[in-house]
Design a binder for this molecule. Structure first.
Ligand code: AKB
Length: 312
């Protein structure tokens, strides 16, 4: 099937792998990667690449018109830890980029949008275990507030203007191809790098902080699968809960020790501990399973094997 696609934030942690997957599926020339600055050379060389600021409506519109774009994946965002340091910049980036793509779709310049939400939409008063699709949402972080507001706007644009926007609440994502930047779940990637380079890791979360996580391959598969489904099968237009595994820093360390017996971990919780404490331990994703057949394939065991094998 032919389709022309634009990815905003293509050089980030998810954007990079999404670009590879979409180019593989739809052909390099049909997938325009863009970012605020030059980044991953492979992404820039393997297909069309544009320097694009996701907060600039006019600039996005020009690229959309030039390449006759049908679908936009908006992956540009400021994540939880960085957003606590720059609240207004985070709010501006996360919200204005979303309004830009929602409005492009409302104006019928594009026909479909993917926008990622996060487990950060939940807050301290949300049930922590098996957090349901519909529950108390009182996020206490800037990032979480922007994602929850974004979800409300997505649903509003769908109901009011028929905008075909689709979304999942990503848990912490683990990949070996790209490093994450500015998130609270980043420790679960750093730990593999440090285990191999130093044989030890000083974790910024405490030993028993349980958080929902997912291997990147699962996250990309979920994203592509949701975007492929007929509109009628999508009953959630805010954002779908999505789950794969959950673990604590101590559990991931023990798992790594099965492969690197001398690996040691120490704990020095910083400001990110409070963010982690406000998020769920595990997620109920039965709505996504029911509506579009979602099922994760990677558990912690398999993730550790893949991470260590590829990073070695
Ligand atoms: C973060 O830690 O901020 C992100 C997220 C869970 O959305 N990885």
């Amino acid at each position: 099937m032919q389709k022309s696609i634009l990815i905003l934030g293509a050089c980030g942690q998810i954007g990079t792998e999404l670009t590879y997957a979409l180019r593989e599926k739809y052909g390099n020339e049909n997938v325009v990667a863009s970012d605020i600055r030059e980044g991953n050379e492979d992404i820039m060389a393997s297909g069309p690449f544009e320097i694009l600021d996701a907060t600039n409506y006019g600039a996005i519109e020009d690229v959309v018109m030039h390449y006759e774009i049908e679908e936009v994946y908006l992956m540009a965002a400021m994540l939880s830890a960085t957003a606590e340091k720059f609240p207004m910049r985070a709010w501006n980036l996360n919200m204005s980029s979303l309004f830009n793509v929602l409005n492009l779709c409302k104006e019928k310049k594009i026909s479909r949008i993917f926008w990622p939400s996060s487990i950060a939409v939940f807050g301290p008063n949300t049930p922590k275990k098996n957090t349901p699709q519909n529950t108390i949402m009182e996020p206490s972080t800037v990032y979480g507030i922007s994602k929850q507001s974004g979800e409300r706007w997505c649903e509003y644009y769908f109901k009011k203007y028929g905008v075909d926007v689709r979304s999942v609440r990503y848990p912490g994502l683990i990949s070996w191809k790209t490093l994450p930047g500015g998130g609270t779940t980043d420790y679960a990637v750093e730990i593999y790098h440090k285990a191999l380079s130093d044989g030890s890791y000083d974790c910024f979360l405490q030993r028993d902080s349980r958080l929902p996580m997912m291997y990147m391959e699962d996250a990309i598969r979920a994203t592509l699968s949701l975007m492929d489904k007929p509109s009628e099968s999508i009953t959630v237009r805010s954002s779908y809960n999505l789950a794969a595994m959950n673990f604590t820093p101590e559990e991931i360390a023990k798992n790594i020790q099965k492969h690197i017996p001398n690996f040691t971990i120490s704990y020095a919780p910083d400001f990110r501990q409070a963010i982690a404490d406000s998020w769920p331990n595990s997620i109920d994703d039965s709505q996504a399973r029911q509506d579009w057949g979602w099922k994760a394939e990677y558990d912690l065991e398999k993730t550790t094997e893949e991470m260590l094998k590829n990073l070695r």
